[in-house]
Write a protein that binds this ligand. Structure first.
Ligand SMILES: Nc1ncnc2c1ncn2[C@@H]1O[C@H](COP(=O)(O)OP(=O)(O)O)[C@@H](O)[C@H]1O
Ligand SMILES: [Mg+2]
Length: 368
């Protein structure tokens, strides 16, 4: 059995990556609309945000230029077929929108649109808005519907992420870090995780290598986003307790990273005494990056974190018996460079010893 080359799937994965990468809510909405139009080949696309009173509180669109929009006047209020979709959030696909019993026609100066595809955009359990597409030559297909539904699911996760980010920015100085951390953990991370599983399941059904590779990339990217969010939660939760109790901070950080993984985590954390906050931050971040690399890239059976202090030298040893790598040729990401920089900033240094198949040993010396 072989699947025909599925270029539209590649398009979808690219669209997903574009939507997920947007920094704020506005950008998520407009990218979703643009990607929905590109993926389907529709002439017009829009996303209507449902307001408190059941109408549309916002309407983001492409395909109609500003002069034309000015002539039409007000944005759609959510009547007609748009209203149907608001009351009953299930996909609607029509060859002639005017044939739909709820159709109310178009206002003056509005282009007359024929073919129509509308799907709900959910954020968590509630309907956030609807994605509308109009005027695709030959009409929208069932495949378009599936693609736009997938895009809507991705948009939903990206919207909830963007909303949380906005709240985080606003609340950065307020004492409710624990609740935000819980929201991210229970909401966004679970959504992204489910999305990743869905993409993996989809990849398993395909033969087209290009599509599978793109999906794998998307899944890797999702894993990175999840790891970033987990770190963010860790930062939110540990800010206060870290200072008072550095040994516990190393232990909690390591346990959190290893949670849910089939790995034997061995910790040996000596007496650390009092550490200057910036050295402690550097040490925690180096240990976290090294452990995260070991777990993600090495996939080891055992990983060890050893932290010791002797006079004015703090020593971190992170060892794993995983895949190993060649430090002279490995693609150098931010991680290794950042660890090196942090160690150097204290007047210390970083040593990495590894080769393929032989695990990895990383030693960081920090000067206190
Ligand atoms: N403990 C490890 N086991 C196996 N490979 C590793 C390990 N640490 C680092 N690497 C390799 O070194 C590369 C660079 O790591 P890093 O700079 O942290 O970037 P990133 O983690 O973003 O890929 C990784 O992509 C990986 O190939
Ligand atoms: Mg890394």
């Amino acid at each position: 059995m072989s699947t025909t080359p599925d270029l539209s799937l590649v398009g979808l994965v690219e669209a997903a990556a574009a939507v997920a990468g947007q920094p704020d809510l506005r950008a998520v909405l407009s990218t979703t609309v643009e990607m929905a139009r590109r993926t389907t080949g529709a002439r017009y696309a829009a996303l209507g945000v449902i307001g408190e009173h059941g109408g549309l509180s916002d309407f983001v669109y492409v395909g109609i230029d500003p002069e034309q929009a000015a002539r039409i006047g007000s944005l759609p209020a959510g009547k007609g077929v748009l209203g149907t979709l608001i009351r009953d959030p299930r996909p609607i696909r029509l060859d002639r929108v005017s044939d739909h019993p709820d159709s109310v026609g178009f206002p003056p100066h509005h282009p007359v649109m024929e073919t129509f595809l509308g799907v709900p955009v959910r954020v968590g359990n509630s309907v956030y808005g609807n994605l509308y597409l109009c005027d695709k030559e030959g009409g929208f297909t069932e495949e378009d519907e599936t693609q736009v539904l997938a895009l809507a699911a991705i948009a939903g996760a990206a919207i909830s992420n963007a909303k949380l980010n906005e709240r985080l920015r606003r609340l950065a100085l307020v004492e409710d870090r624990e609740r935000i951390a819980r929201d991210i953990h229970d909401g966004v991370i679970q959504d992204l995780f489910a999305l990743g599983l869905g993409l993996q399941a989809l990849a398993a059904t395909l033969d087209e290598p290009e599509a599978v590779a793109k999906l794998d990339q998307a899944v890797d990217r999702l894993d990175e986003v999840i790891a970033t969010l987990r770190n963010l939660i860790f930062d939110l939760r540990s800010l206060d307790s870290t200072r008072a109790e550095p040994r516990g901070a190393f232990r909690r950080m390591a346990e959190r990273l290893a949670a849910g993984r089939d790995v034997d985590l061995q910790l040996s954390i000596g007496e650390l005494g009092e550490l200057p906050p910036d050295v402690l931050d550097d040490a925690l971040l180096i240990a976290r990056e090294a452990l995260s690399n070991a777990l993600r890239h090495g996939r080891p059976d055992t990983v060890t974190l050893q932290v010791d202090r002797r006079d004015s030298i703090l020593t971190l040893r992170i060892e794993d018996d995983g895949a190993g790598f060649d430090p002279s040729t490995a693609p150098r990401g931010m991680g290794l460079a950042n660890m090196e920089e942090r160690a150097a900033r204290t007047g210390g240094e970083l040593r990495v010893e590894s080769s393929p198949g032989a695990g990895t040993r990383l030693l960081a010396l920090l000067r206190i």
